[in-house]
Design a protein around this ligand. Structure first.
Ligand code: ADP
Length: 724
């Protein structure tokens, strides 16, 4: 049987499994059923795709997300895994074509919608085929306890029974509750399955909660600062989506919107623009996101507080699926609690469920108010313990100065007290700022001792300050026509028993400073994606391009070491990216010292980049200088010393020279570098596994073979083959 790690690298281009993946894969290929619970973006697909390639026969993936199937199948085919899908979006002819391919043995992974399992035609065809695995994606859909119950999931177990030979069954979900888990085991009729619960923590997501900020201004600043990054902004209502959409598009931001009030067509178009990187920002209600697999979403902003932690965590989980750092920002205002309460109250749920929803809303609100690590709070909610504070949330990270706002708070509270009957925030602001508004005069509020005592605040600032007081529970805010009221905490502040300490507002930060080469490589990717009609991330993920832009591979041997680059992709796109990288290196006169990530983790600091020295006047390329020195008969050590280059760089200079179309028509003396016996040993391994990747060659050989030695031997072979 194939080796799992080799499959992972050669098809998907990843060098290591993520936590949990390998155990799950081992279990599946040993023929044991599994249930795997992983957070969104945790890397579930690899867990059934790698076994699919390791076992004889077809893997059937049952998925409810029709919109995702095409992308997933495109992605698999693009790395050389023969796949197809069958769902209602295909015509009869297209379905026939898939059936034919299945019968011809041309399909390794087949995605089907659950409804298809009831079709006799499908059953007839499938029952004669060797099926190695049935993978059930979004397995919680089988449970009525889950939030996406699908009745057709109930037929899965019967479908499996009808097969000639029972394949191994793997079930995947991100829903962790015990009821759902038990239902999955029972209703899918799993055979004594091993249950894997991967940690729910998504370390790369920074959790930020902002209270009392001017939301629209905050978003505008943030989005403009990060205009090249992909992001989603979630709003609680359609109206808010539309209004924010207007504001941002009027400022020239490339933005799309998504909610149930738009036509199917418009929604589809906006979603595609976002997925294909034609627009960088999506403003949406929570209707958007199921079935979005885009890995490079760098931020998710909640314009309003969501109604429970499950929803919140699922929505922020859409950020950073590629494991790159991403920000999740919740902009909280006390009115959000009212809005969510209203939505629950006016909904159609029965009283028991309503109570349940309200209690979940309370926990969400508690998260916002909590003073400790936000991540700890969330993970505890999911039954997981975090040993140390995360240092990657706004509570943990806040180094902001603590400002004593007790006196200002007392001014506001005593004004609320003196106004006798409850008013909205606007009126309180007007009184405190000494407005001459007619209503104030009519109600004689200008006679209060608190009239005009906070003129040093602007209207907006004071509103924000009052909102912050409400957010921290120093005064209450609510009612059908929301008004401000005192509470027991207000009295403590007035009496001087409780200090009001606020941390200063966090400055908006630019997410990442991408280098120029990254932008160039993104353009190459966009062009390929357009040509092939697939989303850019199917070509390469952002993290792959970033790795390329930092380490700057210049040949296939180096390129394959980049995370996310497999053999098929090298074949298809390798040259396009390598050429741009080489162009960039030449234009900027950069010397690149290649570093092996896998083997040299400690000293790996990316490339040492430095301007080349010596006689280079900017016109002669770095590799040409090296070649001239070889032509002069200098040996490698001497060149290395004179030019201050690593031996690896010299090897890559020779490769660059050949890649530029030159022949090696001069002598290169390899005699000091290795002997015949060593050469034969390396070539034996090369014959077996090819020479794209040096690491597996090295792994097959004994210690004394250094990377340089192996590379020289390969280089000599290439030169000889070219000459022959
Ligand atoms: P899920 O289905 O659990 O939400 P996916 O299977 O879509 O997550 O994986 C999320 C992202 O993580 C994808 O971009 C995938 O390519 C990437 N990924 C998965 N496994 C690995 C790995 N071992 N190394 C690097 N990236 C991985």
């Amino acid at each position: 049987m194939k080796n799992a790690l080799k499959v992972l690298k050669s098809y998907f281009g990843y060098s290591n499994f993520r936590k949990g993946q390998e155990e799950i894969i081992n279990e599946i290929v040993s023929g044991n059923d599994v249930v795997s619970i992983m957070p969104t973006g945790g890397g579930k697909s690899i867990c059934y795709q790698v076994p699919a390639l390791m076992m004889d026969g077809i893997t059937i993936v049952i998925s409810p997300l029709i919109s995702l199937m095409k992308d997933q199948v495109d992605a698999l085919n693009s790395v050389g895994i023969e796949s197809a899908y069958i769902n209602s979006s295909l015509s009869t002819l297209e379905i026939r074509d898939v059936f034919r391919k299945i019968e011809d043995g041309d399909i390794k992974i087949l995605y089907v919608a659950p409804e298809r399992l009831e079709s006799m035609e499908f059953l007839n065809i499938i029952s004669n085929i060797n099926i190695s695995q049935v993978a059930v994606d979004e397995a919680h859909c089988v449970s009525t306890w889950g939030h996406d119950f699908r009745s057709s999931y109930k037929h899965i177990s019967r479908f499996i029974e009808l097969l000639n030979k029972r394949p191994v069954v793997s079930a995947f979900t991100a829903t962790a509750t015990k009821e759902v888990r038990d239902d999955i085991v029972k209703l899918l009729n799993l055979n004594n399955p091993k249950v894997f619960v991967a940690g729910f923590d998504r370390e790369n997501l920074k959790i930020i909660i902002e209270k009392g900020v001017n939301k629209k201004q905050y978003i505008l600043d943030y989005v403009i600062e990060n205009k090249d990054q992909s992001g989603i902004i979630y709003c609680a209502t359609r109206k808010e989506v539309d209004s924010l959409y207007e504001v941002l598009s009027s400022k020239g931001v490339s933005v799309g919107r998504y909610h149930a009030g738009l036509s199917d067509e418009e929604r589809k178009e906006n979603q595609e623009d976002f997925v294909y990187d034609r627009s960088s920002l999506m403003i949406a209600t929570n209707a958007f996101g199921m079935g979005i697999d885009k890995p490079n979403i760098r931020y998710v902003i909640h314009f309003n507080m969501p109604k429970n932690i499950e929803g919140y965590y699922q929505e922020i989980g859409r950020a950073g699926r590629d494991s790159e750092k991403s920000e999740c920002i919740l902009l909280f205002s006390p009115g959000d609690v009212q809005t969510q309460k209203y939505i629950i109250d006016t909904g159609t749920l029965n009283p028991q469920r309503k109570m349940n929803e309200l209690s979940k809303l309370q926990t969400m609100t508690d998260l916002v108010y909590c003073n400790g690590c936000y991540r700890r709070f969330i993970l505890e909610y999911f039954g997981e313990e975090l040993k140390e504070d995360c240092n990657n949330c706004s509570n943990c990270e806040s180094t902001a100065e603590v400002v004593d706002k007790t006196i200002d708070a007392q001014k506001v509270i005593s004004c609320v007290y003196r106004m006798k009957r409850p008013y909205g925030i606007g009126m309180i602001v007007d009184v405190l700022r000494g407005s001459k508004n007619q209503k104030i005069i009519d109600f004689k509020l200008n006679e209060l001792t608190t009239y005009g005592i906070m003129k040093d605040y602007s209207k907006e600032e004071l509103k924000d300050f009052i909102n912050t007081l409400i957010s921290h529970g120093y005064i209450n805010y609510g009612g059908e026509y929301p008004v401000v009221k005192q509470n027991t905490k207000s009295l403590e502040v007035i009496k001087g028993n409780e200090k009001v300490l606020f941390k200063e507002e966090r400055k908006i930060q630019k997410l990442d400073t991408n280098n120029d080469l990254f932008a160039i490589l993104k353009d190459v990717r966009r062009d390929i994606a357009m040509e092939e009609g697939v989303p850019p991330y199917i070509v390469f993920g952002d993290n792959t391009l970033k790795d390329m832009s930092v380490r700057m591979p210049i040949n296939n041997t180096q390129l394959i070491e980049i995370s996310g680059v497999g053999e098929k992709k090298i074949e298809k796109y390798g040259d396009k990216f390598l050429n741009k990288i080489k162009e960039y290196i030449d234009e900027n006169n950069i010397e690149v010292k290649w570093s092996h990530k896998d083997n040299n983790k400690k000293s790996d600091k990316g490339n040492d980049k430095k301007q080349s020295k010596g006689s280079n006047n900017g016109k002669q390329k770095s590799y040409e200088i090296t070649i001239n020195m070889i032509k002069e008969g200098k040996d490698f050590n001497c060149i290395s010393e004179e030019r201050g280059l690593a031996i690896t760089t010299i090897i890559s200079h020779i490769e660059q020279y050949m890649n530029a179309g030159n022949d090696i028509d001069f002598k290169i003396d390899f005699s000091d570098l290795f002997n015949n016996e060593e050469e034969n040993k390396v070539l034996e391994v090369v014959d077996k596994i090819g020479f794209y990747r040096v690491k597996p060659i090295k792994d097959e050989l004994s210690e004394e073979f250094s990377y340089d030695k192996i590379k020289f031997i390969i280089l000599k072979k290439i030169i000889e083959e070219k000459r022959a």
